[in-house]
Design a protein around this ligand. Structure first.
Ligand SMILES: *Cc1c(COP(=O)(O)O)cnc(C)c1O
Ligand code: SF4
Length: 331
């Protein structure tokens, strides 16, 4: 036998991460986009794994998936009301990586990284460097253990599924051992971005826990769900309730048609729409802004076309509020 060092093989999803497209020029070349790529100098890098890029129509600068990931010169414009930290989250965590703003639920920023960089992201300026929950896991575990009012642990980020299966398995086991916690929830875009992230190991660990598992996916457009995504989500379905949250984005999904299609496509994949978020007013995202008046109008129109369970709650997050705030149709 050869005397060689054993390296665990990288899983397919990890290879996709490593090979993600990482510059505007690379994306232009990969998708045969017309014209000259704009320079990306915002400090928020372009990042698009190929399985997601492959769902973008070649040569189409208006593709609703492309618009979510492509750097635009408008990002550099300054708009009144758009700030760096509109949610005031920088000061809202008792332990680095833990947010306890909502009754009965804690949110854990498990990692600051994401598989994809969404240009509209409200966390694009958030400093995650000192917020790595993994580093502070013992403190977080003790905090949850000592507060019997915490029933649900929300694993968020960044994207919590960037954490590998082994480490994630240990975290789930730790939460499982805290008897007053009934539910673990993932807020993740990874199954949409790289469907191969739904590994057998992940499915098995979610099957083996006593905890009620909820996965809130993040899908903004029907085209994000192709047959491959649908196939992989079918593996997750038996072990998790599947919900979706979307962000209302100008040019991407701000039409009755786009929102109706999104809801129908989600339902075909056994996912129920949960939230439609009003864009958080973060510097560099103003070109995605849809007015709340228009959003409310869109919701009223899709309500006229769909069963109630396919109409998401249109909400916004207000700094200091202890729940998401609905944008009312009586606005
Ligand atoms: C959104 C959010 C939650 C979860 O809210 P739900 O309405 O239960 O989905 C919990 N904690 C924080 C800090 C949040 O931002
Ligand atoms: S995956 Fe979510 S957290 Fe990450 S950049 Fe996109 S919107 Fe932001």
């Amino acid at each position: 036998m050869k005397n060689s060092v054993y390296w665990p093989a990288m899983k397919i999803w990890q290879q996709h991460l490593q090979q993600a497209l990482s510059s505007v020029a690379q994306l232009y070349a990969y998708l045969d986009l017309p014209g000259d790529p704009a320079q990306n100098d915002t400090g928020f890098a372009l990042r698009v794994p190929r399985p997601y890029a492959d769902r973008i129509e070649r040569g189409n600068l208006q593709d609703p998936l492309l618009l979510q990931v492509l750097y635009q010169a408008q990002e550099l414009e300054i708009t009144p009301g758009f700030t760096l930290d509109p949610l005031g989250e920088v000061n809202a965590n008792p332990i680095p990586g833990l947010l306890h703003k909502y009754k009965g639920r804690v949110l854990i920023v498990l990692t600051g990284s994401c598989a994809i960089n969404c240009r509209y992201c409200f966390r694009r300026h958030f400093s995650y460097a000192d917020n790595a929950a993994l580093k502070h896991w013992e403190k977080i575990r003790t905090y949850i253990q000592n507060d019997p009012t915490i029933e649900e642990v929300i694993l968020s980020g960044g994207d919590p599924l960037l954490v590998g299966d082994e480490q994630l398995g240990r975290i789930i086991q730790d939460i499982d051992a805290i008897t007053h916690v009934t539910t673990v929830r993932f807020h993740t875009r990874l199954p949409i971005v790289i469907p191969d992230r739904i590994t057998d190991d992940l499915v098995n660990m979610l099957r083996d826990t006593r905890l009620n598992v909820v996965t809130v996916l993040h899908c903004n457009h029907a085209n994000e769900i192709d047959d491959c995504v649908q196939e992989k989500l079918a593996l997750l379905k038996p072990v998790s309730t599947l919900l979706n949250q979307a962000v209302l984005l100008k040019g991407v999904n701000d039409s009755v048609d786009a929102l109706v299609h999104l809801s129908k496509r989600l339902f075909e994949s056994k996912i129920l729409p949960y939230y439609l978020h009003q864009l958080d007013p973060v510097t560099g995202t103003q070109h995605f802004f849809v007015s709340p008046e228009h959003g409310v109008e869109l919701i009223a129109q899709i309500r006229a076309q769909l069963p109630g369970y396919l109409v998401p709650q249109y909400v916004q997050e207000l700094s200091g509020a202890t729940n998401k705030s609905p944008l009312s149709e009586n606005f």
